[in-house]
Design a protein. Sequence first.
Length: 119
Amino acid sequence: MPRRREVPKREILPDPKFGNVELSKFMNVIMEGGKKAVAERIIYGALELIEKKNPDKDPVEAFSVAINNVKPMVEVKSRRVGGANYQVPVEVRPVGAMKKRDEVHRMAEANKAFSHFRF
């Protein structure tokens, strides 16, 4: 955290082939060691495979649907009630960071009995 001035947030540019910002963000997540060309090759190769299997469907749209399918719907947060801590299932805001969906849903299902402690 700088002491002098606030650093401006960088704008993520859309990817060069499809012009999609979400795809560009995913490329940045896949990228290792600054090798963006390798990440592009991996993602564009996967999108070509999607297009070959479903020629009538847009591969970028299929990518967006897949990303929305793996986003978690609920997460568990600790709530202190009396002298005990309970894991209470809470809905995830759409802006929140992605977590492993299966883990979170499994934990929420296990602690469903404590959902009445939600504030």
